[in-house]
Every structure is written in C-alpha cells, then in structure tokens.
Design a protein around this ligand. Structure first.
Ligand code: AMP
Ligand code: ZN
Length: 111
C-alpha cells in the first residue's frame, strides 16, 4: 500500500527523482538531499508505514532486512561502521512520515 501524498512513496516509484544507492524487491535506498555525514543514505521499505514502531509491529523481518542493507552500505563505503537513526514523531525531528533509516557512514562520526 502506498500513500498518494507521501514524498518517499513518490521517490520509490520514480515520480520524484533520487540518487539510488541500492534496491531490491522490498527495499529502496537513496542519498539524503541534505547530508549530515560524508555518506548519508535513507533506507526505506517499498510499503508505506508511518514510523519504525508501525513497521516493527507489522513486518519485523523487513526492519531486520533494513539493518542488513545499512550494514552492506557501510561495508562498501567505510569499514563497516555506521550510525542508524529512526526519528519517530515530530518532536524527535521526523518530517517525512514514511519510515526511513538514516544511515550515516563514510567517515569517523562525532559522538
Ligand atoms: P526525518 O527528518 O528523519 O523525517 O528525515 C527526512 C530526511 O529526508 C531529511 O534528512 C531530509 O534531508 C531528507 N529529504 C527530504 N526530501 C528529500 C528528497 N527529495 N530526496 C532525498 N532526501 C530528502
Ligand atoms: Zn510512503
């Protein structure tokens, strides 16, 4: 199911362009437009869920797969180290309500 007004649903279908990093049957990964690290990739499920808690409840395997995709990106871009962030809720900084993992890697990150 996708949401016709959702920015990331539109990125997944290609209606809005993005810089693809990885894709498979269930998952799409693309460069964040406003990178906060040398490598800043967003990993999203093709299916629309509002946040990580909804995804975890509905499809835990998909969530686990996204962690593996993040690891693979970090293996390729750095030596396997990465930071994985899911902002959840407006007051935590979530601005797009299609669950997305921020993968920060490519350099040593500040604490
Ligand atoms: P969040 O604030 O956790 O919801 O993250 C949303 C992220 O989406 C931010 O880091 C934005 O920079 C990023 N973003 C917004 N629009 C685009 C876009 N068109 N292409 C790539 N990244 C985007
Ligand atoms: Zn969506």
């Amino acid at each position: 199911m996708s949401d016709k007004d959702c920015l990331f649903c539109k990125i997944i279908t290609g209606e809005i362009p993005s810089e693809k990093v990885y894709e498979d049957d269930t998952t799409y990964a693309f460069k964040d437009i406003n990178p906060k690290a040398k490598v800043h990739v967003l990993v999203v499920p093709r299916e629309h869920y509002a946040n990580v808690a909804e995804l975890a409840a509905a499809d835990p395997q998909q969530l686990a797969h996204m962690a593996q995709v993040a690891q693979n990106i970090a293996d390729k871009e750095f030596h396997g180290a990465f930071r994985l962030i899911f902002n959840t809720g407006i007051d935590a900084g979530q601005t797009v309500f299609h669950v997305h993992a921020h993968v920060l890697t490519g350099e040593k990150l500040d604490e």
